[in-house]
Design a protein around this ligand. Structure first.
Ligand SMILES: Cc1ncc(COP(=O)(O)O)c(C=O)c1O
Length: 385
């Protein structure tokens, strides 16, 4: 592949980028280098550049090169979790006295990191509705160093125009950081739209099988990538080799999985939209969704996450979650199996009382890739026909 450079589409990169056959054995799958240290040929004489696995490990390197190729960045970095990736990024780009704009809809743990951890280090934040860009402009300050966004957002499935937001952030001298966990690079590539850094909880669609916790950063510009990589090693929240291998394996089927997640979710959203017990369906694939046109412009399909509000309030929503059977009651998302949860009491309990508080009658489903008729039947019975 190196001698005759062929054009490479997304699915080809997902299977091959960073993953040459093993030079010693010809193994077609990158091995799990379950090792902490490497023999040196004389002091400082490193074979292949590896000295200690916090600094670099060949399985992690394969994943990091693949991530960079898929998101179109200069460098990818793999971490122990999504929050470890976020923390490392934020403590690279922010210092005491800096300000960051965060969205009014985001994963609860991300909000907790800003509100409970970073503020103690003297970092200020403001909350903006990134779907209404005038609120972002109003939130900017002379010391704003970054604008953070999720699109589609967790759990309200809000859509933000990434190209427009990049222009606003850059106009203020700030970086645009996009959490691309819900879309995955198969559906949306924020760096091509102007983002400076892409964040992932690889626990979700990238891993895809609910068997690993991991995180990633992909950085557009080489200088910033160098700084973040320095902090990755200095702070040490790296992905272990087996976890990196599981994510790398999951990524190989990302494209086919996302196609099926998206088509199943479209059918789930249609069923919910016509159901008398449902007061509102939040899914960007529905033409009436306020972000539908922007999503159609910047995403390849609308993804596998659907949220909906249940008539009858919080208890009715909790009951739907409890009655579901094939949709397993549990946190997380993005695996091949369908999950259901009550964000107010589960994934987003940490935003209660804040500007990010979620409606009490909200249910979130991660639509898996099971047979669609079985999924629809389970939701019908959970809602009580
Ligand atoms: C959108 C989003 N970003 C980040 C995270 C944090 O990732 P992790 O749980 O891997 O630390 C999550 C976790 O649910 C998430 O949903």
């Amino acid at each position: 592949m190196t001698e005759h450079q062929l054009p490479q589409g997304f699915e080809t990169l997902a299977i091959h980028a960073g993953q040459e056959a093993d030079p010693q054995t010809g193994a077609v799958v990158t091995p799990i280098y379950q090792v902490s240290t490497y023999k040196q040929d004389g002091v400082g004489g490193l074979r292949g550049g590896y000295e200690y696995s916090r600094s670099a490990n060949p399985t992690r390197t394969a994943l990091e090169e693949c991530l960079a190729a898929l998101e179109g960045g200069s460098r990818g970095l793999a971490f122990a979790s999504g929050l470890a990736a976020e923390d490392t990024l934020l403590r690279t780009i922010l210092k005491p006295g800096d300000h960051i704009v965060i969205p009014n809809d985001a994963y609860g743990g991300t909000f907790r990191l800003f509100a409970k951890v970073l503020t103690r280090w003297g970092v200020e934040f403001s909350v903006a509705n990134t779907q209404d860009l005038s609120t972002v402009r109003e939130a900017l300050r002379p010391n704003t160093r970054a604008v953070w966004v999720e699109t589609p957002s967790n759990p309200l499935l809000g859509i933000t125009d990434l190209a427009a937001l990049a222009e606003i952030a850059h106009g203020a001298g700030a970086l645009l950081v996009v959490d691309n966990t819900f879309a995955s690079p198969y559906l949306q590539q924020p760096i091509a739209l102007g983002a400076d850094v892409v964040v992932h909880s690889t626990t979700k669609y990238m891993g895809g099988h609910s068997d690993v916790v991991g995180g990633a950063l992909v950085i557009a510009e080489a200088g910033l990538a160098e700084e973040v990589a320095y902090h990755q090693n200095a702070m040490g929240a790296v992905s272990g080799p087996f976890d990196a291998w599981l994510v790398l394996r999951g990524i190989k089927t990302l494209g086919v999985r996302m196609d099926r997640h998206s088509s199943n979710a479209e059918k789930v959203a249609e069923l919910l939209a016509g159901h008398p017990k449902v007061s509102q369906v939040l899914y960007p694939g529905l033409p009436e969704h306020p972000g539908h046109d922007i999503a159609a412009k910047q995403m390849k399909a609308f993804g596998g996450m659907v949220s909906f509000r249940v008539n009858g309030g919080e208890e009715a929503a909790v009951e739907v979650c409890n009655r579901a059977e094939l949709f397993t009651l549990g946190e997380s998302l993005g695996g091949v199996e369908s999950l259901i949860e009550h964000p107010g009491r589960m994934t987003h309990a940490s935003v209660a009382g804040s500007a990010l508080e979620v409606p009490a009658d909200l249910v979130r489903v991660s639509v898996g890739i099971e047979s669609i008729d079985d999924l629809l039947a389970d939701l019908q019975q959970a809602l009580g026909k």
